[in-house]
Design a protein around this ligand. Sequence first.
Ligand code: FPP
Length: 237
Amino acid sequence: MNPEDLKIPTHVSIIMDGNGRWAKKRGMPRTFGHKRGAEVVMDICRESSDLGIKYLTIYAFSTENWNRPELEVRTLMTLFGRYLKICYDEAKKNNMCVRVIGDRTGLSADLQEKIREMEEGTADFTGFHLQIAINYGSRDEMLRAMKRMMEDYKEGKISAGDVDEAHFGSYLDTADIPDPDLMIRTSGELRLSNYLMWQHAYSEFYFTDTAWPDFSREELLKAIEAYTMRDRRYGRV
Ligand code: FPP
């Protein structure tokens, strides 16, 4: 497909799966796959912005991932710490707003501080929006939203009549972020895994067998091509 015929989605969400299997295939520990995966995150962020995508949301750590071996969890947390620092530097250079979604109260004080600094420092940037889901689960997000709504109700700030889709959405971690147009999951699994279940209500899904550490601009373009074709088929362009 000619690049000018591509319909670029405004918001792409990604489940970055397959780091462990990718490493195992190479006789390396799973953590090796995560390290390579972190480098790919940086590349794909740049490529997305270059292609004209405005919002990218990546699933870095789910509420279920705490059940992984301790060393793997520790390595991932160390990688997030390092990545947040690099990401903040890139964001300042490239007018990029970065937000973390998920229950950050479950993260270390050090990570929470890094997140706070980065979010405050990039809040006014508008060139590109990166959302990183850490300690994120859709059910958890909806329950947290519901609890906050109930508090507001108790305090008389809202009434039952105020509650509609937009109002509920404003209590979610993704408030003010448009819903994803295209969801990509790598490495052959065909599940949503508790990821943005409210926000993905109308998204197109694209699954690839490519493992996340092998994901590239070419793979991203293939997903966007599939997205463009689907849109044509349903006569929405
Ligand atoms: C799934 O692969 C991947 C994860 C649980 C973590 C995703 C993390 C990264 C891509 C690296 C760090 C991210 C940032 C933002 C710095 P898996 O371990 O489930 O692989 P498997 O299915 O082959 O076992």
